[in-house]
Ligand binder design. Structure first.
Ligand SMILES: [Zn+2]
Length: 248
């Protein structure tokens, strides 16, 4: 029988430990729902015993792995070790991480009650996976997009575009970039919109150039500190989500 983790995990702690020695190179995430069991069949979510039963089921199907995570209304369960490729979507097993949500979203609601909790827990997990592996959310797939799959997974209540939009929102917290120029006193030279992502603040280079007058040849969205470099000192206001940049 293939190895499983079979435990509830805090995803950041889990990745920092188990993703150190990756034996494969995942490129994107495939989202599933269990179908059976339904949410109604697991009103209290999964147990460690359920994980062992699933291991037995997958092995019985002749599969040498399973999805990397099961998500229920309470927790994220690590299943197939993240360091190894799993079995969940025939076309993409060698390149994709599998996330299996508890529920049958062809019938069960994904926006209220337990379904909403599964959605929220899945979004948190998937946003962390995108940040850790540096995936672009637009590359995410749902199982039924696999051309070699015939069944409807996840059900129609899981709307891919909405889900990806929410992943993006989890990954990117809106913030303000406040820039002060040397010799201009206490009035900022400008305030622009930025995003906090994975502990870095990003902004559009064009916006930064407007308020700093500084052009270093970069374009698009970049880390603020890469654009303004060591010519500025930086401080982060965690309460007001403001990133202060003061010209030295
Ligand atoms: Zn599936």
């Amino acid at each position: 029988m293939f190895e499983i983790i079979g435990k509830k995990v805090n995803i950041k702690d889990y990745l920092s430990y188990y993703a150190k020695n990756m034996q494969w190179n995942p490129e994107f995430i495939v989202l599933h729902n269990t179908g059976t069991p339904t949410l109604a069949q697991r009103p209290n979510g999964f147990t460690a015993e359920h994980m062992k039963n699933l291991q037995g089921y997958y092995s019985g199907m002749g599969w040498n792995g399973g999805p990397h995570f099961f998500v229920d209304q309470n927790s994220t369960w690590a299943f197939n070790p993240i360091s190894k490729k799993g079995t969940h979507s025939p076309s993409w097993n060698s390149i994709a991480i599998g996330v299996e949500m508890l529920g049958d979203y062809s019938k069960e609601d994904f926006t209220t009650g337990a379904g909403k909790k599964v959605r929220e827990n899945s979004l948190n997990l998937i946003a962390e996976l995108h940040l850790y592996f540096n995936f672009d959310p637009s590359t995410m797939k749902i199982h039924k997009e696999d051309p070699t799959t015939t069944h409807d997974c996840p059900g129609k209540n899981v709307i891919k575009a909405d889900f990806i939009k929410s992943v993006n929102e989890k990954m990117n917290h809106p913030c303000k970039v406040v820039l002060y120029k040397k010799g201009e006193g206490h009035d900022p030279a400008g305030v622009i919109n930025g995003v906090l992502r994975n502990n870095n603040v990003y902004a559009l280079v064009s916006d930064l150039q407007k308020i700093s007058g500084f052009n270093n040849g970069l374009s698009g969205e970049q880390k603020v500190i890469d654009v303004l470099t060591t010519k500025y000192s930086y401080s982060w206001d965690v309460v007001n989500l403001k990133f202060y940049c003061v010209q030295k």
